[in-house]
Design a protein around this ligand. Structure first.
Ligand code: PMV
Length: 327
C-alpha cells in the first residue's frame, strides 16, 4: 500500500474568483491572482488499499461532514479515472488552523488531497496538470499548488484554466494579518454564492474589470509597487461583495466589525500606516502589510472589539510531499 502525504497552504486572492462559466469543470468567469498563506496549512495522507470496499476517511482525521466527504470522494474518482484504477482509498487530513474559524479550508484541502492522491495512484503529472485537477475539486485550490504568488489563468476549456507561479515566496515580504471575526461556519458557502452571480446586475461590470485587475495586480507584485497593488486589491474585494450583496437573494457576508476594520485601515493609512484590506466570502478581514508594519497592524487589530484572534501569515510555499504520514 503506497502511502503519500502532502501539505498545502491556503491562499488569499487579490483579484478574486467569483462566478463560473462551467459549474462541472469549475471554469471561472475571470482570471485571479493570490498568494499562499504559510500559516494556514492542510496535511493529507492518501493510500489506495485493494482490501477496501469504499473510500474511507481514516479515524486519525478530523471528521469531515457528509457533504465535504462526498466532494473528497468525487475528487478521488477523478484521479482513479485518470490513473485507470478502481482501488478505493484511505484519506486522513489535518488542518493546522482552527476549523470553523471562517478560514477557507477548501483551497489547502483540495490542493493537498489532489497532489497526495495523484502520487499515490501512480500518476506522474506536471504541476500544471495538478492545478487543473485540483481546480475541478475546488476552484481556489488550483492556486495553492504552485509556490508564492500565483495566477489562475482565464480559459474557456479545461486545459486552458490552470494556475502558475508569478513570483516565488521570497520575491516580496508581504504579511497577511487575518482578523478572525466569526467563530461559526459562514451561512452561504462559496459554491452557493458563486452560483448566484448572474442574478446581480453588477456582475458583468465586475467581470469586465477583472482582467484589467489581474494585469494591475500582477504588475504591482512584479514591481513591488505597494500602493498600486494595495489600491487595486481593495477595489476588487469591494466589487466581489457588491456582487454578493446585489445577488438574488442577497448575500451579506459582512458583520458590523467587518466594516469597522475597513474604516480603521483607511484611517490608519491616512495617518501614515500603509496597510490594505481584502475580504473573501466571509466576515473575516485580511489586512496586508509590509514587514516593517506587520506587528503594529496586528496589535492594532487585536485592540478592535469583535476580533477574536489575529493570524499572522507570511507568503507560503507550494504544495509539497512529506515523509511523515498521518496514519
Ligand atoms: O474555491 P472556493 O469555492 O473556495 O471559492 C473561493 C472564492 C473566494 O475565496 C471568495 C475568492 C477566491 O478567489 O479565493
Amino acid at each position: 500500500m503506497n502511502k503519500i502525504t502532502c501539505r498545502a497552504t491556503s491562499n488569499i486572492a487579490f483579484t478574486k474568483y467569483w462566478g463560473r462559466i462551467d459549474d462541472t469543470l469549475r471554469l471561472p468567469m475571470n482570471g485571479s491572482v493570490s498568494m499562499n498563506l504559510e500559516a494556514a496549512t492542510t496535511t493529507t495522507t492518501v493510500a489506495f488499499d485493494p482490501s477496501l470496499e469504499a473510500d474511507t476517511i481514516h479515524p486519525n482525521s478530523l471528521s469531515l461532514k457528509d457533504k465535504q466527504a462526498a466532494r473528497v470522494f468525487a475528487q478521488l474518482d477523478r484521479i482513479r479515472q485518470r490513473a485507470d484504477i478502481t482501488t478505493r482509498a484511505w484519506v486522513a487530513t489535518h488542518n493546522n488552523f482552527p476549523m470553523g474559524a471562517g478560514i477557507a479550508s477548501s483551497a489547502s484541502g483540495f490542493a493537498a488531497l489532489t497532489v497526495a492522491a495523484a502520487h499515490a495512484a501512480g500518476l506522474d503529472l506536471t504541476e500544471r496538470e495538478l492545478t487543473i485537477l485540483a481546480r475541478q475539486g475546488s476552484g481556489s485550490a488550483c492556486r495553492s499548488i504552485p509556490a508564492g504568488f500565483v495566477e489562475w489563468h482565464y480559459g474557456e476549456t479545461d486545459a486552458a484554466s490552470y494556475a502558475e507561479m508569478i513570483a516565488p515566496p521570497d520575491h516580496w515580504d508581504i504579511h497577511d494579518l487575518i482578523a478572525i471575526t466569526q467563530s461559526e461556519h459562514k451561512t452561504v458557502g462559496s459554491a452557493e454564492g458563486n452560483a448566484l452571480v448572474t442574478t446581480s446586475p453588477f456582475n458583468s461590470t465586475r467581470v469586465q474589470l477583472a482582467q484589467q485587475s489581474v494585469e494591475t495586480i500582477r504588475a504591482g507584485i512584479l514591481a513591488r509597487d505597494w500602493t498600486a497593488f494595495g489600491e487595486e486589491t481593495e477595489r476588487e474585494a469591494i466589487r466581489l461583495h457588491m456582487v454578493a450583496m446585489t445577488s438574488v437573494p442577497p448575500i451579506f457576508y459582512w458583520k458590523p466589525v467587518t466594516l469597522a476594520i475597513i474604516q480603521a485601515v483607511i484611517a490608519w493609512r491616512q495617518a501614515g500606516l500603509q496597510a490594505y484590506y481584502t475580504i473573501d466570502a466571509g466576515a473575516n478581514v485580511h489586512v496586508l502589510a509590509q514587514a516593517a508594519d506587520a506587528d503594529t497592524v496586528a496589535a492594532r487589530l487585536r485592540a478592535i472589539e469583535g476580533i477574536s484572534d489575529v493570524l499572522h501569515s507570511l507568503v507560503g510555499q507550494g504544495a509539497r510531499l512529506l515523509e511523515a504520514h498521518l496514519f
